[in-house]
Design a protein around this ligand. Structure first.
Ligand SMILES: NC(=O)c1ccc[n+]([C@@H]2O[C@H](COP(=O)([O-])OP(=O)(O)OC[C@H]3O[C@@H](n4cnc5c(N)ncnc54)[C@H](O)[C@@H]3O)[C@@H](O)[C@H]2O)c1
Length: 238
């Protein structure tokens, strides 16, 4: 997700420093952004991006394992480490220590309460969730999660950034008692019922998928959606 989000932000005109703890991930991220399935080269081939715009966007991207170098002068940090709460809290503590005072700290968490991330810092009013969908270059989804304490200018900045990236931002309230914000909570409820239908022998996975596609015009059924999120929606993923 990190490289995809970095690519979109660079294409929208922002200088982006993409960082990771693993050297090999950094190398793969660069390849993915340039020649990957949703990368700049394919966008140029498909006529979605001019060569000049692709080159300019690539020039705005830096990749390195240097955490302090990446964060030290940032106006906004978008965190996309694995979905483990203890790890995210540790990363937010480090970000708070290193990032400039005015910097906004955003998370692409799939569902951890914003309250838990914000309270790991000394700048809770500048911490926000900006939840993207995969692949970032394609999906318009931008679920922005806020609390009553979140500074209005922080919300406006992130919302505007999402719009600049061609997304359709929706600002929702944090619920510290629930995992999944809005999209993933409703998705999980649907998946639970679909699994119950299969477990009781009413229909097979394939039949549930087919019925939901044909009845509601979904691109894929609920179980195909899980598979797609794990492996990519067609051969090779991103
Ligand atoms: N994959 C999706 O479809 C999807 C969609 C929406 C949101 N998300 C969320 O985005 C986040 C990232 O998901 P992903 O699928 O890209 O995970 P991923 O495991 O592919 O990538 C996470 C990266 O974080 C790096 N990392 C670990 N600890 C780090 C640290 N301390 N500092 C810097 N980098 C560190 C890892 O090396 C890894 O490359 C998760 O919170 C996930 O729930 C994922």
């Amino acid at each position: 997700m990190g490289s995809g989000m970095a690519q979109v932000l660079a294409q929208a005109g922002h200088d982006v420093h993409c960082t990771d703890v693993a050297e090999d991930v950094i190398a793969k991220a660069r390849t993915r952004v340039t020649t990957g399935r949703y990368g700049f080269e394919r966008a140029v081939e498909r006529g979605k991006l001019t060569r000049a715009d692709a080159d300019a966007a690539l020039a705005r991207l830096r990749f390195s394992t240097g955490f302090e170098d990446a964060v030290g002068s940032a106006e906004l940090v978008l965190e996309a480490v694995p979905e483990k709460l203890d790890l995210k809290i540790r990363v937010f503590r480090d970000l708070d220590r290193v990032a400039p005072e005015d910097c906004i700290l955003a998370s692409n968490s799939s569902g951890f309460p914003l309250a838990a991330l914000a309270s790991a810092t000394n700048r809770p009013a500048q911490v926000i969730v900006w939840h993207w969908a995969s692949p970032p270059a394609v999906m318009k989804f931008a679920e922005i999660v806020v609390r009553p304490e979140t500074r209005p200018d922080v919300i406006e900045t992130v919302k505007q950034l999402a719009l600049d990236c061609g997304k359709r931002p929706v600002v929702v309230q944090d619920n510290p008692m629930a995992w999944g914000y809005v999209a993933n909570r409703i998705y999980a409820a649907m998946l639970m019922e679909a699994s119950r239908v299969v477990a009781e022998g009413t229909a097979t996975h394939a039949e549930v998928n087919q019925l939901m596609v044909d009845c509601f015009g979904w691109p894929v059924g609920p179980f195909a959606m899980v598979e797609g999120a794990q492996k990519g929606f067609s051969e090779g993923g991103q």
